[in-house]
Structure formats: C-alpha cells, structure tokens
Ligand binder design. Structure first.
Ligand code: GYE
Length: 349
C-alpha cells in the first residue's frame, strides 16, 4: 500500500501544480490526523485519493492492564486510532507476558498490517520477531518502553518518557524536601518497590534512584524488590518490608499503583503514610493527585502515557515519506502536596 500511496501523493502534487483538479477530490475528513494541534492538520492529506474505506491498519502490542498509567495509554490509542481518523486498530493485551506480545506481533504480520506498534514488556529478546516484521516490510514503532537490539533498523523510532531522569527527579525532590523541612542531616532508611524487572521503566528509575541514594550519605537503601507495577503486589511487598524493618523512613515506588498498595500496608501497620513514612512514586495519574491531596503520598514524578497522538503523528510523517527522529523523549514534571490541588483539574489521566 505504501508504494501506491507515494504514487498517489506524486499524482496529487502534479495535479496541484498543473491546476488540473478534476482527478483530485480530497474526501471529506477521513484522513484528519488524530492530534488536532498537529501542524500537519491542514496539509494536503497523503491518502487523498484512497477510497474512503481504505484505512491504515495498525497492530498495537500492548503490555497489559496492570496500572492506571497503562489504562490511560490504552484509551489514548483506542481514541486516536479510529476509523474516523483513518485507521483500523488491532489491539492486543499481552497480560504482562513477553511471549504473548511475540504471538501478537506474528499475528499482525500474518494479517499484513501497515504498522506495528510495540510497548515492550522487557528490553531484551526482540531480535527474532522484529526481524520477521522487517522481513515482511512492516515498520515497527516502539512506544513507552525501549528494546535492546544490536540492529536498530529493526524499528523506526521510539517515543516515551526518560525513565532515568524520572528516577533522578524523585531523589532530587526528596533532597529538597529534607532541606525545606530541616531534616537534611537526619539518617534515613529507604526501601524501593521496583516495577517489572527488565522493563525500561524499571531499569531507568532504579538506576536514577539508587545512584541518587548513594550520592547522599544520609540515605541508606535497606532493600529493593519488584511489585510488578501492580497495587496488589506493591501492598504485599510493602507488608513484608514493614515486617522485616521497623525503621523505614522513605518508600520509593516505581509507579503510583504500587504506592497505593504501600499506603494501605503502612496504614494497616498502624503508621501514617506521608508523615511517618515519606512516599515518592512515578506516573502522576489522577488518583496520585487525590492521594497527595489526602496527605498520604508526598510526591509523584510524571510519566506521560498519552502516546496515541504522538504515534499517529509519526505514522503520518512516515506515510508522507518524511524522516522521523529515532528517539523522542516526552517532557515531564514533578508534583507534590504543595501543587497537587491546583494541578488536579488540568490532569488528562
Ligand atoms: O510507569 C507503569 C506501567 O512503562 C512507563 O508501566 C510505563 C510503566 C508505568 O505499568 O505504571
């Protein structure tokens, strides 16, 4: 379909140059890009000559439904990749299992989709199946987490958050908070609830947090363990930490949902979350704002899940034969109890 599109694009341009408009009848708005703010919104649509029912087929290999972030990410794709916007979306939920994602990608290849979008569970183990997609001539766009492959032509590009920076921002927030509250000479014990081991979000955040803790001689990391990015597992692991140590001062949870589980565990242990134990998490979903307003959560470092429009913009560029940046980081902020209430009405997820 790609070749046909470039031929049609060429025909469209030539027709435009010679003012011969009879053969060029841009259809209503089947090709409108998903992102209304996109600067390409008013440019001539690449698929102008396609019949109205010729949609761009996109297979999305999603991680699962483990967190509020993930749900927002799924909604972002489902509301962007609609027939109205010129797409057919084939959505697959891998239930946090890489083998399911590999199967999904093979199904997408068999169905001859136009693009594959992958939010990889973990970073390694993608060479073979991405090689199969390349062999089939189907471009792969990575979103959210990254892959580690020796040949980076196995994917077009990646868009997502800077997880290392997020981890660093979490510790910077803690250091500032301790100074502001006159606690910067206190010796404090930290525990770390990690995300899915081997996922970019875990690797980057863990590195940023561990390096930040190591750089402050007053902070000690007692223990780290995975809570798989889920509330239930976060609660379970926090319960075991609370049984093992009676002097925990700080919890880093690599996503908000695990922090919600930790808050429940801390309350059940008779301690006050947000006061007796400082809690810092990642994502900044709406429920984290509620928890900050309630005083239970101290800080949430933002990770933006609204990648649907970003991936659509990438696809539109590829359709138009334009170059796309290989690695695209999204800007993200840091929120705490001082700004949660004011910020909550602006949150999109
Ligand atoms: O932080 C977590 C989700 O990969 C950035 O995955 C994503 C992470 C997000 O389950 O909540």
């Amino acid at each position: 379909m790609k070749k046909l599109l470039s031929l049609l694009t060429a025909a469209f341009l030539i027709a435009g140059m010679t003012a011969c408009t009879e053969t060029v009848t841009p259809p209503a708005d089947t090709t409108a890009p998903a992102d209304p703010q996109s600067s390409e919104a008013s440019e001539p649509a690449v698929e102008a000559e396609e019949p109205a029912d010729e949609l761009i087929t996109v297979g999305y290999a999603q991680v699962g439904a483990e967190s509020d972030w993930r749900t927002a990410n799924t909604v972002s794709f489902q509301s962007t990749f609609t027939a109205e916007n010129g797409y057919e979306l084939i959505f697959d939920d891998a239930q946090q299992k890489q083998e399911n994602q590999v199967k999904a990608i093979r199904n997408f290849i068999a169905q001859e989709v136009d693009y594959i979008v992958l939010a990889p569970t973990t970073e390694t183990g993608w060479e073979t199946v991405l090689g199969e997609a390349k062999e089939a001539g189907i471009p792969v766009i990575l979103s959210d987490r990254q892959v580690v492959v020796t040949d980076d032509t196995l994917y077009e590009c990646w868009v997502g958050g800077n997880f290392l920076k997020e981890g660093q921002d979490g510790v910077t927030w803690l250091n500032n908070y301790l100074v502001e509250n006159g606690r910067d000479s206190e010796a404090l014990n930290c525990v770390l609830l990690q995300g899915t081991i081997g996922s970019s979000a875990q690797i980057g955040r863990t590195q940023g947090i561990e390096e930040g803790i190591a750089a402050n001689p007053n902070l000690t990391l007692l223990e780290k363990q995975t809570g798989e990015f889920t509330q239930a597992k976060g609660q379970e692991v926090m319960e075991s930490f609370l049984k093992a140590y009676d002097d925990i001062d700080v919890v880093f949870a690599e996503n908000d949902n695990m922090a919600f589980g930790a808050i429940d565990a801390i309350k059940a242990a008779g301690k006050v979350p947000g006061k007796d134990i400082i809690i810092i998490s990642f994502d900044a979903v709406k429920a984290a704002f509620d928890a900050m307003i309630a005083g239970d959560l101290n800080c949430s470092v933002e990770c933006n899940p609204l990648h649907g429009p970003r991936v659509s913009e990438i696809i539109q560029k590829l359709e138009a034969g334009e170059a796309v940046e290989k690695i695209q980081y999204v800007d993200e902020g840091v929120f705490d109890q001082s700004n949660a209430e004011a910020e909550l009405p602006n949150r999109m997820y």
